[in-house]
Each structure stands twice: as structure tokens, then as C-alpha cells.
Ligand binder design. Structure first.
Ligand SMILES: Cc1cc2nc3c(=O)[nH]c(=O)nc-3n(C[C@H](O)[C@H](O)[C@H](O)COP(=O)(O)OP(=O)(O)OC[C@H]3O[C@@H](n4cnc5c(N)ncnc54)[C@H](O)[C@@H]3O)c2cc1C
Length: 351
């Protein structure tokens, strides 16, 4: 853990916690808005583009390449147009999807140069407490003050308290190479869920010829594209997952896969034959630091506000949106983060 910043310095104007895609966007938009770079403290233990850059690289994304490209050009401070390296994503079909490493690599380039501009500190926030009108951040490397704080600390796959064991973690199940080490042909693996992550785990297990039981709560849901909006944009299957699910999960055509509703009396029996369990039942905000009991980390879905001068952003604190048919969803995805930030940042700056 390294920091060249004296912790005795005067409070920063802003602290951004997390250097995943959301933290990157937050730092860059603050700079674009004219905030003094040296008045921004940026904290992350690794600066490797968060989960996208570390856990999800080999996963097939569900976002069109065109939207990833838009994200790369959305902040002046990203300076993507000056990047000397030509990343493969620049030449991929705009209408297709890609592996997430294709967006993670250019974001790593952006992170590396953005980090040089602001007061970046490699380390983790451990305790966040109120300090006058601002906040005190106790980190691995020192104690800092900041008037305003943006938390962009990411999310973890949800595992129920009464989970069956042994568990194969979702990041392993979604990565074919690691899954090969975690499971063998003699296993029978239960996968809970029917979202994008569950389908990725299922097609990896199918590729290894491993028998699976898919326990689902709701029927498979696909994103539907209309002229100016997408039905089930956040919760519906898209891209390769949608194609695979339609082909292999809608009927009993895949011999290694059994699907069972969680309330079906046959579910318990099917589960008792399984040797390993994958939980793909959603994500919860990552809790990596302590706060005062009086600061519960609950955000306003429209403004991101958690407390006075404390804001949440990214997958941990997503915008809530009701679509044209009245369905409520959390808006999660790089481009959605950017659009949301452009709307709310002026209010955070003015507060
Ligand atoms: C399986 C999966 C597939 C996805 N596919 C897509 C896709 O195709 N397209 C798309 O647009 N979006 C996709 N997303 C959604 C989203 O874009 C990613 O989850 C993205 O990584 C979220 O970015 P983030 O910055 O909010 O969080 P993260 O990427 O998780 O970054 C959080 C960062 O905060 C750091 N941190 C945490 N606690 C602390 C602390 N106490 N102190 C300092 N730093 C801390 C972490 O180390 C990490 O670096 C996907 C998500 C998942 C889970």
C-alpha cells in the first residue's frame, strides 16, 4: 500500500472511493467540471478497473460495443482520443457484444493516466465518519478529511445465509478456465438463478460436460428492443446469453441440464443429488469499511445521496428507474452510469 500524501494536509474538496468504471467516471467528470485535480483524493487498493478489470474479463458482456465506445469518449479528462495504443474494441462491430476485457483494457489505460493527475492513494478506506460539515476517511495509509465523498465501492454476488455447501463462487463459475479447476466431470452442480450470470455459469458447465440442476424462481426473461427504449434492459438476457438460453434452456434439449422451479416438490430431491452449488441470485453492495451507526449506507435512487455531502454511485448504489410499462429496475451498466452521473453531478457540485 502506498501513499505520498501527508495525512496532515488540509481536507480535500472531494474523495472518490473505488477505481472501477464508476470511480473512473466520477473522478473524470469532477475534473471536466473544473474541480482542482489536487483537491480530489482517489482511493483504491489496486487501481485495476475494479471487478470489470479483474473478475469479469473473460465474460461475454451484454452491452453493445457502440455504448462502450461512447463511454470511452464521454469525459474530456479520459483523453481517449490521445491514446497511442489501438485497442481491439476500436475495430469491433459497433452493433455486436464483446468480452469484457475489450473494455477493461482501454479503461486501464485511462485509469493509469487519470491517477497521475489527482491525489491518488493506493489503499482501502477502513472507517468513514462525519467530521464537521465533511467526512473523515481512515485508510490503510493515513487519515484524510474531505468535504464531499463519492462511494463507488462495487458489489458482491449475494449468497443466502442458509446456502448449501460447497459453493463454487460466481467469479469462478463464470470463468471457464477457473471452473475447470473448481469442478470435475463427476460433479453435479446446482446453479441458482436465471439471469445473465446464471446463464454464463450454465453454459460454462455445459461446455465442460458437467451435469447441472438449474433452480429458478422466475421464467427466463429477454431484453426486447423498441425504437427508443429497451424492455427489461437491466434484467433481461441479451447477447450470447440470450441466444444460448433460447436454444438450450427453453426446452429439455440439453441432456446435461435439468431445470426445476424452487417451489416444485421435486426441487429438494434434485438438490440432494448435487455435489456443488453456484449462487447467481443477484448482487449486494460491498461492505468494506465501517461507518457511524448514524450513517446507514442507504442511497436515494434518484439522486445518489446517502447523507449530507455523501453520495453513492455505480453498481453498489444504482439509479432506480421505472420503464414505460411500469417495471422498476436498477440501472446498471457503464453507459447508464455515465448518463446518470451527467444528470446528478451538477447537484452534488452545488450542494
Ligand atoms: C457478471 C457481470 C457482468 C457485467 N457485464 C456488464 C456489461 O456487459 N456491460 C456493462 O455496462 N456493465 C456490466 N456489468 C455491470 C457493471 O458495469 C460492472 O459490475 C462494473 O464493474 C461496476 O463498476 P463499479 O465501479 O460500480 O464497481 P467495481 O467494478 O466493483 O469497482 C469497485 C472498486 O471499489 C474498490 N473498493 C471497494 N471497497 C473499497 C474501499 N473500502 N476502499 C477503497 N476502494 C474500495 C474495489 O476494490 C473496486 O476496485 C456487469 C456486472 C457483472 C457483475
Amino acid at each position: 500500500m502506498t501513499s505520498l500524501i501527508p495525512s496532515t494536509r488540509k481536507p480535500f474538496s472531494w474523495a472518490v472511493v473505488g477505481a472501477g468504471p464508476a470511480g473512473l467516471a466520477a473522478v473524470a467528470k469532477l475534473l471536466d467540471a473544473g474541480v482542482d485535480p489536487l483537491s480530489i483524493l482517489w482511493l483504491d487498493p489496486a487501481f485495476q478497473v475494479g471487478d470489470l478489470g479483474t473478475k469479469w474479463r473473460v465474460i461475454s458482456g451484454n452491452t453493445k460495443v457502440a455504448l462502450f465506445i461512447k463511454f470511452l469518449y464521454a469525459c474530456r479528462s479520459f483523453k481517449y482520443e490521445t491514446c497511442p495504443e489501438v485497442f481491439p474494441i476500436n475495430h469491433l462491430p459497433a452493433d455486436g457484444t464483446c468480452l469484457l476485457k475489450e473494455i477493461a483494457d482501454p479503461l486501464q489505460w485511462i485509469s493509469d493516466h487519470l491517477r497521475q493527475k489527482v491525489a491518488a492513494c493506493q489503499g482501502a478506506l477502513r472507517v468513514l465518519t462525519r467530521q464537521g460539515a465533511g467526512w473523515q476517511l481512515t485508510t490503510d495509509t493515513g487519515v484524510f478529511g474531505a468535504k464531499k465523498v463519492i462511494l463507488a465501492t462495487g458489489a458482491e454476488p449475494r449468497v443466502p445465509e442458509d446456502a448449501r455447501t460447497p459453493i463454487v463462487s460466481l467469479d469462478v463459475a463464470m470463468d471457464l478456465t477457473r471452473l475447470k479447476e473448481g469442478c470435475s466431470a463427476s460433479d453435479r452442480v446446482a446453479v441458482f438463478g436465471s439471469s445473465h450470470s446464471a446463464v454464463v455459469a450454465l453454459y460454462n458447465l455445459a461446455a465442460l460436460g458437467i451435469e447441472t440442476v438449474n433452480v429458478y424462481r422466475s421464467p427466463l426473461k429477454y431484453a426486447s428492443y423498441y425504437e427508443d427504449w429497451i424492455l427489461y434492459d437491466n434484467t433481461g438476457l441479451k447477447g450470447y446469453s440470450a441466444t444460448w438460453a433460447k436454444e438450450h434452456m427453453e426446452d429439455d434439449s440439453l441432456k446435461t441440464l435439468t431445470r426445476v422451479h424452487q417451489d416444485d416438490p421435486a426441487c429438494e430431491k434434485a438438490l440432494s443429488t448435487c455435489t456443488k452449488y453456484v449462487y447467481a441470485t443477484g448482487f449486494d453492495k460491498r461492505v468494506t469499511f465501517e461507518t457511524d451507526a448514524s450513517v446507514p449506507l442507504i442511497h436515494n435512487h434518484q439522486t445518489g445521496e446517502i447523507d449530507t455531502h455523501l453520495y453513492g454511485f455505480g453498481i453498489a448504489f444504482p439509479e432506480g428507474k421505472t420503464d414505460k410499462l411500469g417495471n422498476f429496475e436498477h440501472n446498471v451498466g457503464l453507459w447508464k452510469f455515465m448518463v446518470y452521473l451527467e444528470r446528478i453531478l451538477p447537484f452534488w457540485l452545488a450542494a
